[in-house]
Design a protein around this ligand. Structure first.
Ligand code: SF4
Ligand code: SF4
Length: 227
């Protein structure tokens, strides 16, 4: 092989030197997550602090990975946990099985279970991969608990399950732009989302603006516009 052949062989390498870098120094530098990213779940509470979960087990029934375990119990009349007759007495998610499909979020009638954008958490014991209600229920300020083994970054708790909120809960175009979400501790009452049918509400959703803002941070090399 002559020198010319060697140079030809290095042509691709030399060309790449002038291309934009596609790698990042993870985990020191993290790529911004898409606005509708599916991550670790949270169990939400109403603005008055009551839990949204009513222990109906629909999320467990729909889960394709069979990783949710729920047991409902009657609300104590003197100090009810949720506004309904029953509440989620036991709630567990096994993260060794969860595929973050969000079907549980879609099935939930009260928007009790949603997903944050956090996926950076790991375990040294299989038992630790089972999150219990004590870890999943949001704090008193309505934000997700940030557990010692989780690597939360700015924005990971914003717009939980934005994807399922993009259309009406029933998927009916006529319902687009109407507010369906009940008030949520820490986030208040979520504004209706703009839909996909062209029947957008006159008032743009605040979360749409937030989605645009978040999307604008994604660099070109990851499919975004930021340079
Ligand atoms: S995201 Fe999917 S796999 Fe994970 S708990 Fe929900 S339904 Fe099950
Ligand atoms: S999270 Fe939702 S679907 Fe699951 S048990 Fe609670 S209320 Fe029912």
């Amino acid at each position: 092989m002559g020198a010319l052949d060697a140079l030809k062989g290095f042509k691709v390498t030399f060309k790449q030197i002038f291309e934009p870098r596609v790698t990042s120094s993870y985990p020191d530098e993290k790529r911004p997550k898409p606005p509708r990213f599916h991550g670790r779940h949270v169990l939400n509470r109403y603005e008055d602090g009551m839990e949204k979960c009513i222990g109906c087990e629909l999320c467990a029934g729909v889960c394709p990975a069979d990783c949710i375990y729920v047991r409902g119990a009657d609300n104590p009349p003197d100090h009810p946990v949720s506004p309904g007759e029953r509440y989620g007495f036991v709630y567990e998610i096994n993260y060794l099985r969860c595929i973050h499909c969000d079907l549980c979020v879609e099935a939930c009638p009260t928007q009790a279970i949603t997903e944050s954008k956090l996926f950076e958490f790991s375990f040294t014991d299989r038992n630790d991969a089972i999150y219990t209600k004590a870890e999943l229920v949001v704090r008193d300020d309505g934000k997700p608990q940030q557990l010692p083994w989780e690597d939360w970054r700015e924005g990971d708790d914003l717009l939980t399950s934005g994807w399922m909120r993009a259309t009406s809960p029933a998927g009916v175009a006529d319902q687009e732009g109407r507010r369906h979400w009940s008030g949520e501790l820490g986030y208040g009452s979520r504004a209706p989302e703009r839909g996909q049918s062209g029947l957008d509400p006159a008032e743009a959703s605040p979360s749409l603006e937030l989605r645009k803002e978040e999307a604008a941070k994604i660099p070109v090399r990851f499919g975004g516009r930021a340079r």
